[in-house]
Design a protein around this ligand. Structure first.
Ligand SMILES: Nc1nc2c(ncn2[C@@H]2O[C@H](COP(=O)(O)OP(=O)(O)OP(=O)(O)O)[C@@H](O)[C@H]2O)c(=O)[nH]1
Ligand SMILES: [Mg+2]
Length: 248
């Protein structure tokens, strides 16, 4: 959070989706990023929850100005799979979240990315079939779709604390290179972070993770400005700081 001098009504906004399997820590991560504190009590997200972070775009440069970043935290439970594409419109950035100790959650990141990128397929049945039958071989096609969309991606691995406490490095779950979060990050020119959502030091100002996050939000805003040829839509009326919405 920060203070700023611009009139609140003149602050622009971008929309960032936060997706990944249920239980990987998306809500905990968003809470940490927006409030700078650990979420002590979390429950499954039903539908979607939105929190707004103020990001200092290009801080320290002449183009510096505050921006609202809407973090759309999508519930990962599969029971909402056929309806959650409703949240995937007008997206400026994507945060893919996986649990560092859960290989499956890492492998599933590809499907999450495909699901978001194929949002425009209007028939939910055919879209779900496409997403479900997607395999590693088709990754080239995905990369093509991704390049056409040019939406910045950030890959975040959670539960770093769990790994540090309970597992020697040698016993980390192995993922074949084709399915690893790193290869996905490479294909999307994305930065990768490892965090503990239970430790505020994970994203402390000045840390490597904080720098990567700031760079990601700058890229998201760059993309939106480039895409529109002008700054993004304004919040009309009084903005709602720390806004929290839930859908449905
Ligand atoms: N040890 C540890 N626990 C974590 C971490 N991140 C999240 N958790 C815990 O994991 C559980 C699930 O976290 P949530 O943030 O609710 O997960 P989610 O991804 O939002 O799940 P859905 O809303 O169902 O999609 C909670 O009990 C969190 O406290 C982490 O980095 N380390
Ligand atoms: Mg959640």
């Amino acid at each position: 959070m920060s203070t700023f001098s611009a009139h609140p009504n003149e602050i622009n906004k971008v929309k960032v989706l936060v997706v990944g399997d249920s239980g990987v820590g998306k809500t905990s991560l968003v809470h940490l990023l927006v409030n700078g504190e650990v979420l002590t009590k979390s429950s499954w997200t039903i539908g979607c929850s939105v929190e707004v972070k103020i990001h200092e775009y290009r801080e320290g440069s002449p183009g510096h100005r505050p921006y609202f970043v809407e973090l759309w935290d999508i519930g990962g439970n599969n029971s909402h799979k056929s309806t959650r594409h409703l949240f995937y419109t007008s997206v400026h950035g994507i945060i893919l979240v996986h649990d560092l100790a859960n290989r499956k959650s890492q492998q599933n990141l590809r499907q999450w990315l495909v699901e978001v990128l194929l949002k425009e397929k209007s028939n939910p049945g055919s879209r779900d079939a496409l997403v479900d039958n997607f395999d590693a071989e088709q990754f080239g096609a995905l990369a093509k779709v991704y390049r056409a969309n040019k939406i910045p991606v950030l890959v975040v691995g959670t539960r770093l604390d769990d790994l540090a406490e309970t597992r020697p490095t040698a016993s980390l779950p192995r993922t074949s290179p084709a399915f690893s979060a790193s290869s996905l990050a490479d294909a999307c020119s994305a930065d990768e972070l490892s965090v503990s959502c239970l430790d505020v030091r994970s994203v402390a100002p000045g840390s490597g993770n904080a720098v990567k996050l700031s760079r990601f939000f700058d890229r998201v805003i760059d993309g939106q400005i480039h895409c529109n040829g002008r700054p993004g839509p304004l919040y009309s009326g009084q903005p709602n700081y720390g806004l929290k919405m839930r859908y449905p």
